[in-house]
Structures are given as structure tokens and as C-alpha cells.
Design a binder for this molecule. Structure first.
Ligand code: ARG
Length: 469
């Protein structure tokens, strides 16, 4: 961990003494930024390839350096990245090992760049991969949602507002609501990726460089759409990381809400779902228990992911241009959020794909709580031409009567209903079943099974499961 107490071999030229133990420890980012090693090697290879092509270093030195970087990468791959606090970060760790392997030519790699543009480049590359991975994982979740929604386009369950029974809906419709949410999450990651895909490499410390570099060439080599356009902005910008965290935080809120649905549905009084054994745990004391721990942790992790976003926002606020060392703290929250998000997406994908929906219990619950009261009111509007407000009032009286008798609306006799309003006749019963209720809601985006099937079919095309009809 600790090294010699002399001055730093990379930047110690102007220093008489070395840093204190506390300085070395607080300064070291290698314990976490070693996760950037692949990106660091890739960016260095792009940089040295450009230096060679531009004649800024000789072709021999460029080849020697590129070859040495491959050797360092192979060592990291085989043995991990060594952690020496005196080498501070992944950039100096790699350069120092390169020097051990190839000698003084290694010192030419850092021509026309700084750790400021280097870290901005590495981190962008890392975040870009994280965006791609989130997108990929979310697509799997959408596939699971669409699969189950197709199975359950006709399965009736109570729909809630305020978690009070409101109107019957179909389980397919409910699951497709999450398909829409996850679709917006995917588009947020995709948008952010487009915005961030510019290369800061060559901005150097903050002002650019006098060497005749080719920033377009390095940008292209690293898969960027082009170089960034202001060197100060290039080294001080962490919007890409914030965009990622914002997309991740919002996505995690959706996952948390979905997790919460499963937690409620799996509770005994609801009994709407049996969770897969593979994503549940038992209790050490109550043998009958099967706990929705994975869902609860997804719900919990969303709090941590939002915390990561908050952490980086607060780190960045008020920093003057250009680079400040505070910005070294950008990485832990992004790394943490990325691993929590990947786990959360995978857990919810498994849960959706493997849950056993207890459609009989859902159907029975949809019968409770006067879920078709709105259908009675709508019937009065349509069949008896009664203004909706008045129909709402008449229906209220019917619900009150049914409640006092402890029966469902459609169990009231026609005499009882006529006593409430003479304009009611026995055609009304056809409107009071939960099947009739959902079938009636056929407005665009409504819960009618045919509407749900239509949206599922569109989703299958969008996900590449089917060719455009
Ligand atoms: N480890 C640093 C970071 O992650 C690299 C940049 C250091 N730049 C500097 N001027 N000290 O931010």
C-alpha cells in the first residue's frame, strides 16, 4: 500500500519532500478507478497511434509503446491491477508499469495529453458501456413483460387508485404499463448516449495543446462521433455521468414500484402471485415463510441509486472551471449505481418471467369493492340519458344499499334497483359483470382485452420478435 517517502516519481520534480501518509491515502483513487483499466489502455493506444501518425513521436517508439500497453493489459487481465497508493490512480499505475516494461520511451506516451483529458475520456468510455448494458438489460425486462402480458390479456384483476379497488383491469394491461415505463427508461439511456459520445481526448490539462495532434483521429478510434469543442468544458464536464445517473435513478424508481407491486401481490391477504423460489428466501424462525427479499432489495436499492445521483450532483455544484480534484469522487457513485441497477434489472426480469400469477384470486378480488360501480353510472348515462353527475349519485345509492346488505351490485334485485331509480331496467345486469366492464374500456390505450392485445402486438414488433404486420 504505502511506498517510498521520497517525492513522487511522476510529478515530484518541484517537491523537496514526499506526501504524508494522509496525503497519499486521501489522494489515491486506484482502489476504485482500477475499474477503468480497459478504457485507460484503449485510450492510450488511440493516443499513441495518433502521436505516431502525426510524427509527434517516432514510429518505432509508438509501436514500442502500443506493444507495451498490450503487455500491461495482459498482466492486468491475468493478475488484476496492483494497488500502490504512491501511483495514485490507474493512469499513473499503467504508465509506471509501462516504463518498467519498455524503458524511457514510455515517457513519450503522455505527450500532448494530461490526466485531466485522460480520465474524462476513460470515464466516458466506461459510462457509455454502462448505458449500453442498461439498455440491453431493460430490453430483456420488456421482453418478459410483453410475454406475460400476452398470456394475460384477458385475466381480470382489480385496478386500484389510492390502493383502493377502483375499476377492473386486466393483468396484461397492468404489466404493459411497466412496458411503457421501461421503454421511456431505454430512451433516456439512448438519448444520453447520443449526447455524450464526443471525445475529450486532446483537451489536455485545460487549454488544449501546441502539438499538432489529430483529435478527430483519436475520437474515431475510440468510437466517438467526434471531438468535444471546448477544451475547458471537456475536462470539467461530468454531465454524461449525471445523465447516466439520472436515467438510472428514474429507472430504479420504476423498478422499485414494480417490486412493490410484487411485494403487495405476494402478501397472504392479496395472494395474487406466487414468487419464484429462485427469487425468494425463507425465515430462520418461521418455517412457513417465503419472503420477497429480492423485490424488497430492488425497492431498497433504488434509494441507494438516487443517493448516488445526489452525491455526484452535490460534488459538481459550484466547481469552477476546469478540473478540480473533487471530480475524482465522480467514479464511486457511478460504479455503485451501475452494479445496483444491473442487479435490480436482472431480479425484476426473473420475477416477471417466472412469477405464477393466481388469476383465480385476482378475478375474485375484482368482484369485491363495487369495482363496476362506474359501469352502472355509465349505463345510466347511455341508456337513460341521465347526466353523469346525477348517474354518479344514483349509483352511490345503489352501492350504499348493496353494502348494507353485504352483497355485490349485480346481486341487487331489479325491484331494489328500480326503487332507487325507475329508469333502471334489467338490461343493466349485462353491464355489471367484470368482463363487461373491461371489454367496454376500449378507448385507445384502455384495458379492454382487444386493446391490450393490440399493444402487445405492437410491442412484439418493436422488440424485434415479429416483422411489421
Ligand atoms: N485520478 C484523477 C481523477 O480521477 C485523475 C485526474 C488527475 N488530475 C489532476 N490534475 N490531478 O480525477
Amino acid at each position: 500500500m504505502s511506498g517510498n517517502s521520497g517525492s513522487n516519481q511522476m510529478w515530484g520534480g518541484r517537491f523537496a519532500g514526499g506526501p504524508s501518509a494522509i496525503m497519499r491515502e486521501i489522494n489515491a483513487s486506484i482502489p476504485f478507478d482500477k475499474a477503468l483499466w480497459r478504457q485507460d489502455i484503449a485510450a492510450s493506444k488511440a493516443h499513441v497511434g495518433m502521436l505516431g501518425a502525426q510524427g509527434i513521436v517516432s514510429a518505432e517508439d509508438a509501436a514500442l509503446i502500443a506493444d507495451g500497453l498490450d503487455k500491461v493489459a495482459a498482466e492486468y487481465e491475468a493478475n488484476g491491477v496492483p494497488e500502490n497508493w504512491d501511483l495514485e490512480d490507474i493512469h499513473m499505475t499503467t504508465e509506471s508499469r509501462l516504463a518498467e516494461l519498455i524503458g524511457p520511451a514510455a515517457g513519450r506516451l503522455h505527450t500532448a495529453r494530461s490526466r485531466n483529458d485522460q480520465v474524462a475520456t476513460d470515464f466516458r468510455l466506461w459510462v457509455r458501456d454502462a448505458m449500453d448494458q442498461a439498455e440491453l438489460g431493460l430490453k430483456q425486462l420488456q421482453l418478459a413483460l410483453v410475454g406475460r402480458a400476452g398470456e394475460h390479456a384477458d385475466s381480470i384483476m382489480p385496478g386500484f387508485t389510492h390502493l383502493q379497488t377502483a375499476q377492473p383491469v386486466t393483468l396484461g394491461h397492468h404489466l404493459m404499463a411497466y412496458y411503457e415505463m421501461i421503454g421511456r427508461d431505454r430512451s433516456r439511456f439512448a438519448d444520453a448516449r447520443v449526447r455524450m459520445n464526443r471525445s475529450p481526448l486532446g483537451a489536455a490539462a485545460l487549454a488544449g495543446t501546441g502539438f499538432p495532434i489529430d483529435r478527430f483521429r483519436t475520437a474515431e478510434a475510440l468510437g466517438f462521433d467526434g471531438p468535444t469543442d471546448n477544451s475547458l468544458d471537456s475536462v470539467s464536464d461530468r454531465d454524461f455521468a449525471l445523465d447516466y445517473l439520472m436515467a438510472a435513478a428514474q429507472c430504479s424508481l420504476h423498478l422499485s414500484r414494480l417490486a412493490e407491486e410484487f411485494i403487495i401481490w405476494a402478501s397472504q391477504p392479496f395472494g395474487f402471485v406466487t414468487l419464484p423460489d429462485s427469487l425468494s428466501t425463507g425465515s430462520s424462525i418461521m418455517p412457513q415463510k417465503k419472503n420477497p427479499d429480492a423485490a424488497e432489495l430492488v425497492r431498497g436499492h433504488s434509494g441507494r441509486i438516487v443517493g448516488c445521483l445526489t452525491a455526484l450532483m452535490i460534488t459538481m455544484k459550484g466547481l469552477p472551471l476546469a478540473y478540480s480534484k473533487d471530480m475524482q469522487d465522480d467514479k464511486p457513485p457511478v460504479f455503485e449505481a451501475a452494479s445496483l441497477l444491473a442487479l435490480s434489472i436482472a431480479a425484476m426480469t426473473g420475477m416477471v418471467a417466472e412469477a405464477k400469477f393466481r388469476t383465480d384470486r385476482m378475478r375474485a378480488a375484482a368482484e369485491l369493492g363495487y369495482a363496476t360501480a362506474t359501469d352502472l353510472a355509465d349505463w345510466l348515462v347511455r341508456q337513460a340519458n341521465i347526466p353523469f353527475r346525477e348517474a354518479h349519485h344514483i349509483t352511490g345509492s345503489a352501492v350504499k344499499l348493496a353494502e348494507s346488505r353485504g352483497v355485490a351490485l349485480d346481486q341487487l334485485s331489479i325491484e331494489d334497483l328500480k326503487a332507487i331509480d325507475t329508469r333502471i331496467d334489467d338490461r343493466v345486469y349485462a353491464a355489471l359483470s367484470v368482463e363487461a366492464s373491461v371489454a367496454a374500456r376500449c378507448s385507445h390505450g384502455g384495458t379492454a382485452p382487444n386493446e391490450v392485445r393490440k399493444r402487445v402486438a405492437e410491442a412484439r414488433v418493436a422488440l424485434g420478435l415479429e416483422d411489421q404486420a
